[in-house]
Design a protein around this ligand. Structure first.
Ligand code: NAD
Length: 494
């Protein structure tokens, strides 16, 4: 049985915790270890370490910071399989998917390696006689990152490479459900030459989160998780005077127009709906079939869904278990509710047959889902696809725009005009055109609209660099005796 503890000032803490959480292997249903939960005093120690390391790190050269990130990139690449194994053992997703998550996280590290270019300011010479103006961006200080269970490596990597590259120091509070991957990553950062105290990890629950949200030493909060907590984090963090970006839940729609390639659309629906057992914030959850193609499309999705092999993520299964028993039961209760509300169960994941006590649930496909049903209104976060039939493009668009969430969406069509109209009119942050999971590359920014994001900044890309820095504009004039004299008027440029 392993014990996972905090990472403060370059090493794992050894003191005994008063409060611990259990870590499960979702494929066996068995406890594999415990994780120490931070109390206020532990968070205080982490903030102290991050604060002490800040001055020296912010003054380290851009070359030095880039070199550390380059070395880290190499180490993560070399140890990708090991990190993936840690993820699968605690999250349950299949190994290839876990490796994919690490690869997507690495793209942000690669982006952050370009920090000397990204931090370049502007310069205007001679704005007034002998006066120059230039802009610079400076780090904030110690920053906190609070992440969800579904991407234990990638989501922290959306933020910390850029935060560190910009000269900040970091405290990560990962999900208590799968805390091991980030500890491995902490070791790799140290091996890459990152000074102690620049990167810290505190584990835990609301106690640790609240301590970070209200600590005056923490300058910003990057949160990813469910909408209720995102809203709470945004309100509490901003009230405490912090910069906050809080990414919340999702209900991603895929619109299939009558002219779409239905084979491609069915493949996409399966991959985006059931990959990672639907536990992705960009998973497709609602398919809007614009008639007359619904019957054909559903048949194609059904045939594919029935072939999906659910099982242990370390084997050749296509889809792993759900993360916990509680979550599996919650998703099952949504399926029960959908059936009770009158939706038609076309493929029933409740019947899945996998040996052992893992948190199993097979792919589920609903037809004739109506907009007022809970399976449509709420985020399920499991392997459940709901098909809604509509008659027109406008009805489909209105459904997406009326929904409380606006994280990702996709349209499947061969009509360029319709696709262009959709990308213009849809009220969602990330849009795919014949692409089911339009997760932006690291040099663009990731984030949703409406209840999928609280705050003004999306993750990574230019917005990430801006989030982790403050702008400063310097107006300078070097002494020249010809410019002397007293003038109490408001400065004007002549
Ligand atoms: P969660 O909200 O339960 O937990 C997220 C983090 O908040 C964890 O670190 C957790 O320990 C902490 N937390 C939980 N309850 C808290 C409380 N009462 N007070 C303070 N902190 C608390 O989310 P989860 O179940 O780990 O992750 C799944 C959710 O994350 C889904 O809703 C999914 O859509 C969302 N998500 C969103 C994105 C995005 O980019 N928008 C990406 C990944 C996941």
């Amino acid at each position: 049985m392993k014990t996972v503890s905090h990472w403060i000032n370059g090493s794992q803490t050894t003191d005994k915790a008063t409060n611990v959480g259990e870590i499960f292997n979702p494929a066996t249903g068995k406890i594999s270890g415990t994780v120490n939960f931070a109390d206020k005093a532990t968070v205080e120690r982490a903030v102290h370490a991050a604060s002490a390391a800040f001055d020296s790190w912010r003054h380290s050269s851009l070359t030095k910071r880039t070199q550390v990130l380059f070395a880290f990139r190499e180490l993560v690449n070399k140890n990708k399989k090991k990190i993936a194994e840690l993820i699968t053992a605690e999250h349950g997703k299949v190994l290839s998917d876990a490796q994919g998550e690490v690869t997507r996280g690495l793209e942000v590290v690669e982006f952050a390696c370009g920090i000397p270019h990204l931090l370049k300011g502007g310069f205007s010479e001679e704005v007034s006689t002998g006066v120059d103006v230039y802009s610079i961006r400076q780090p904030l200080g110690p920053v906190a990152i609070i992440s969800p269970f579904n991407f234990p490596a990638m989501v922290p990597m959306w933020f910390f490479p850029i935060a560190i590259a910009c000269g900040n120091t970091v405290i990560v509070k990962p999900s208590e459900k799968d805390p091991s991957a980030i500890m491995y990553i902490a070791n790799l950062l140290k091996e890459a030459g990152l000074p102690d105290g620049v990167f810290n990890v505190v584990h835990g629950d609301k106690v640790a989160v609240d301590a970070l949200l209200t600590h005056p030493g923490i300058k910003s909060i990057s949160f990813v998780g469910s909408t209720a907590i995102a809203k709470y984090v945004y309100e509490t963090g901003t009230k405490a005077g912090k910069r906050v970006q809080a990414l919340g839940g999702a209900k991603n729609h895929m619109i299939v127009l009558p002219d779409a390639d239905l084979e491609l659309a069915a493949d996409a629906a399966i991959n985006a709906g059931f990959g990672s057992a639907g536990e992705r914030c960009m998973a497709i959850s609602a398919i809007i079939a614009v008639e007359p193609i619904a019957d054909q499309l559903i048949e194609k999705i059904k045939v594919r869904a029935l072939k999906i092999k659910t099982g242990d993520g370390t084997t050749n299964a296509d889809m792993g278990p759900l993360v916990t028993k509680v979550h599996r039961d919650k998703v099952t209760s949504y399926i029960n509710a959908g059936e009770k509300d009158g939706a038609k169960v076309v493929v029933d994941g409740r019947n899945v047959d996998v040996a052992g006590d893992g948190f199993w649930l097979g792919p589920t496909l609903f037809d004739h889902v109506k907009p007022e049903m809970s399976i449509y209104l709420e985020e399920i976060f499991g392997p459940v696809l709901s098909v809604i039939r509509v008659k027109t493009y406008d009805q489909a668009l209105n459904l997406v725009n009326d929904h409380q969430y606006g994280n990702g969406t996709a349209i499947f069509t061969n009509d360029g005009g319709a696709a262009r109209r959709f990308q213009n009119e849809v009220e969602v942050g990330m849009v795919g055109i014949n692409v089911p999971i339009p997760v932006p590359m690291a040099y663009f920014s990731f984030g949703g609209w409406k209840n999928s994001l609280f705050g003004d900044s999306h993750a990574h890309g230019t917005e990430g660099v801006h989030f982790f820095t403050r702008g400063k504009v310097v107006t300078s004039r070097w002494l020249d005796p010809s410019h002397g004299g007293i003038n109490l008027g408001f400065p004007q440029n002549t």
